[in-house]
Design a protein around this ligand. Structure first.
Ligand code: CAA
Length: 257
């Protein structure tokens, strides 16, 4: 792993920090590969139950690295399938990933945040898909995930004008789950991540998979998927432990099985 991405373990939480402060955390190969490698490692570690992806106080990430991208031609972008491979590693994570966003989350940065399972925003966060200003369009899911999160009207407005959205508007519009004062962003996000990681990991993974199914299937199919996974949860020792602990008025001790 390079220094463009730092990873730390906090209890049962894997923290991944994008670390290119001189370039507003612009996403180059080192950053993308660093994030993907950190996710690979945390996914393989049975002691980790939740991941947090963050940047610094000025930028979560200001998008794909324009300095690198500006010389790409069509054949390069197409032949290397630019974006597709390691950029989408966040999407395939099976453990929950929370984006803790302070400052700018623009272009690919906004798209990375939206690939996470939810976004906690600092009060100084700014989201945007400003690719139109540099002669291109969102290429890591912005035109697809943004309308699903905030509706067509606002997504179209942001993608066509390139305007930024502040934390208050982002929370009102459904893009972010919580707004947190900037100086407490990491602490509060880690606290929520520890709560998640304290539950049964297979149950957490089932919930994530079921909620995500809502965006991939018609309602009846999604409901059927949820019902079957709900039934499957009764095969878990953790379901017995959770319900017995409630009946016995004690704290459950989950074993992740
Ligand atoms: N790529 C490369 N370098 C970037 C960058 C990016 N996306 N964003 C910022 N930087 C660099 C700047 O070039 C500058 O470097 P130097 O000090 O060496 O000149 C440094 O970061 C600081 O940036 P600014 O001086 O511009 O800081 P600012 O506070 O005035 O503005 C900003 C901050 C509004 C984020 C502005 O930098 C900006 O608009 N950045 C570009 C945002 C953008 O267009 N993102 C979309 C990229 S395309 C994309 O992501 C495609 C996709 O869908 C995958």
């Amino acid at each position: 792993m390079t220094t463009a991405v730092l990873s730390e373990i906090h209890g049962k939480v894997g923290l991944i920090r994008i670390n290119r402060p001189d370039a507003m955390n612009a996403l180059n190969d080192a950053v993308v590969e660093g994030i993907a490698a950190a996710i690979d490692a945390f996914e393989a570690d049975p002691a980790i139950g939740c991941l947090v992806l963050t940047g610094n106080d000025k930028a979560f990430a200001a998008g794909a690295d324009i300095g690198v991208m500006k010389s790409f031609d069509y054949m390069h972008a197409y032949q290397t399938d630019f974006i597709t491979a390691r950029w989408e590693r966040i999407k395939t994570a099976r453990k929950p990933v929370i984006a803790a966003v302070a400052g700018y989350a623009l272009g690919g940065g906004c798209e990375f945040a939206m690939m996470c399972d939810m976004i906690y925003a600092a009060d100084n966060a700014k989201f945007g898909q400003p690719e139109v200003k540099i002669g291109t369009l969102p290429g890591a899911g912005g035109t697809q995930r943004l309308p699903r999160a905030i509706g067509k009207a606002k997504a179209m407005d942001m993608c066509l004008t390139g305007r930024l959205m502040d934390a208050v508007e982002a929370e009102k519009s459904g893009l972010v789950a919580r707004i947190i004062p900037a100086e407490q962003l990491l602490e509060e996000t880690l606290k929520a991540a520890q709560t998640i990681a304290g539950y049964s990991l297979p149950v957490i993974m089932m919930i994530k998979e079921a909620v995500n199914r809502a965006f991939e299937s018609p309602l009846n199919e999604g409901l059927l998927f949820e019902r079957r996974v709900f039934h499957a949860s009764f095969a878990l020792e953790d379901q017995k432990e959770g319900m017995n602990a409630f009946a016995e008025k004690r704290k459950p001790s989950f074993k992740n099985r």
